[in-house]
Ligand binder design. Structure first.
Ligand SMILES: Nc1ncnc2c1ncn2[C@@H]1O[C@H](COP(=O)(O)OP(=O)(O)O)[C@@H](O)[C@H]1O
Ligand SMILES: [Mg+2]
Length: 235
């Protein structure tokens, strides 16, 4: 008689056989082709591949910013394809954080107000938002810059604000697209050390699209994309 099967928790995030093409004039460009990728809770994954290999497209699909032509994305076991845009945007707000290459900070807001913004979307009260924003900025080492606007911050400081903002609503997964590309190597190292610490202390999973070898060296798992397909998944 076989032992009863232990039911393991579903992955925090999962893509199953997703494909995505873009129409470019008369032709169809296949950006992602039949990709399956499972992200466990607290995992730090580097998504590596040459320019044009489909990294950004895959982040957009798994981050529910875009929909696949075929295949499904599941968030905590829930299939996102069947959900309407409102439900998808709620999932993004509650479970995901995003760090983009250009930081995408709001220039007229202070660092703390930028970090508060996602909490405001969730209806968190003003006092609590401010308290938590400053706490998050402290956790990324720039609490003393909470009142400063992005244009007066260095690249590394802006990146830290963007990370603090990505963590504002206690996400289960943070997506980062070429997040170290605009940073000098010392700053990139600091930011990566920070990502690793947050990953370990808070159990947040990170999906980092990159061709930066320093990012790859710190990942738990490296996923190689080439021409829209996964080549191999080194531990
Ligand atoms: N909006 C778009 N319209 C047309 N083609 C696109 C679009 N976005 C990406 N592509 C194409 O899809 C492929 C994958 O692009 P992308 O996901 O941006 O790769 P990466 O992030 O690895 O550089 C490339 O061939 C790119 O030119
Ligand atoms: Mg890209």
């Amino acid at each position: 008689m076989s032992a009863p099967r232990q039911s393991s928790p579903p992955p925090v995030l999962e893509a199953e056989s997703v494909s995505k093409s873009y129409r470019l004039g008369a032709s169809l460009v296949t950006a992602i082709q039949d990709v399956s990728l499972s992200v466990a809770s607290g995992e730090l994954i580097a998504l590596k591949g040459p320019s044009g290999s489909g990294k950004t497209t895959l982040l957009n699909l798994m981050g529910l910013l875009d929909r696949p032509d075929r295949g499904v994305v599941r968030v905590g076991g829930v299939e996102a394809e069947g959900l309407d845009e409102n439900a998808r945007s709620d999932l993004r707000r509650d479970q995901f954080g995003f760090v983009f290459q250009g930081f995408n900070l709001i220039p007229v807001l202070s660092a703390a107000e930028n970090v508060s913004y996602p909490m405001a979307l969730k209806g968190v009260g003003r006092q609590e938002r401010r308290r938590r924003a400053i706490e998050l900025l402290e956790s990324v080492g720039i609490g003393h810059k909470h009142a400063v606007r992005p244009d007066l911050l260095s690249g590394g400081e802006r990146q830290r604000v963007a990370i603090a903002r990505a963590l504002a609503n206690g996400p289960r997964v943070v997506f980062a697209d070429e997040a170290t590309a605009n940073l000098d190597s010392h700053t990139a190292d600091e930011v990566l050390g920070l990502v690793r610490r947050l990953n370990e202390s808070q159990g947040v999973a990170f999906l980092l699209a990159t061709h930066d070898p320093r990012v790859v060296a710190r990942a738990h798992r490296v996923v190689h994309l080439h021409d829209g397909r996964i080549l191999d998944q080194a531990p």
